[in-house]
Ligand binder design. Structure first.
Ligand SMILES: [Zn+2]
Length: 194
């Protein structure tokens, strides 16, 4: 074991917990922020703001820097309003006590919302892209209701064009039949003029 990791408080999130995370970053959702008595490494009890997460990670003690970042990110210092908000935690080398150590920092950007996986087109197998007003799933539902299959915009356009052409052909055929009938009627009634 790394001697640098010894003696750290194992009950709370530390920079060492980020070592295995991708890009050494953790994006977590706040479950609660409460004031708790924390026993520090010197055995002193201190009152701290403890942030717990919905994901299975250890709680994080919020220092002043991180509290300020959190307020800046979400425009509130109300713990109740911060429930459900997402934060990305990174490590940053900080000079202190004559040395440099990694400190936990809340990244000063709101984590981007993870995009839902895109629906697949049943015709070409490609992605169904979201539109300005509809998600991929909504486009798929719309297409399913209208055409009977989930389709991408390109395939839906082609399908609609083919459908229109087919309808037109049927209509033409119908018109033709009516015209033929009319002609036949005309032929039948023609002898009267002779
Ligand atoms: Zn398609």
């Amino acid at each position: 074991m790394d001697i640098m990791k010894m003696g750290k408080n194992p009950n709370y999130l530390g920079s060492w917990d980020l070592e295995d995370a991708p890009n050494k970053e953790l994006t977590l959702t706040i479950q609660s922020i409460t004031e708790e008595l924390v026993i520090g490494t010197e055995g002193r009890k201190e009152s701290e703001a403890v942030c717990r997460f919905k994901e299975p990670y250890k709680p994080m003690i919020l220092n002043l820097t991180n509290k300020k970042t959190l307020i800046k990110l979400y425009g509130t210092s109300d713990s109740a309003k911060l429930v459900g908000k997402r934060i990305t935690i990174i490590t940053k080398p900080v000079k202190a006590f004559g040395g440099v150590f990694d400190a936990l920092r809340i990244k000063p950007v709101v984590p981007p919302v993870k995009a839902a996986p895109l629906e697949k087109c049943e015709v070409c197998g490609g992605d169904i892209s979201p539109t300005k007003t509809m998600s991929s799933a909504q486009v798929a539902d719309y297409s399913r209701a209208k055409f009977g299959k989930a389709m991408c915009a390109k395939c839906a356009k082609q399908f609609a064009a083919e459908l229109a052409a087919k309808n037109e052909a049927e209509q033409n055929a119908e018109t033709q039949t009516i015209q033929e009938k009319a002609t036949n009627n005309a032929v039948e009634t023609a002898p009267a003029h002779q």
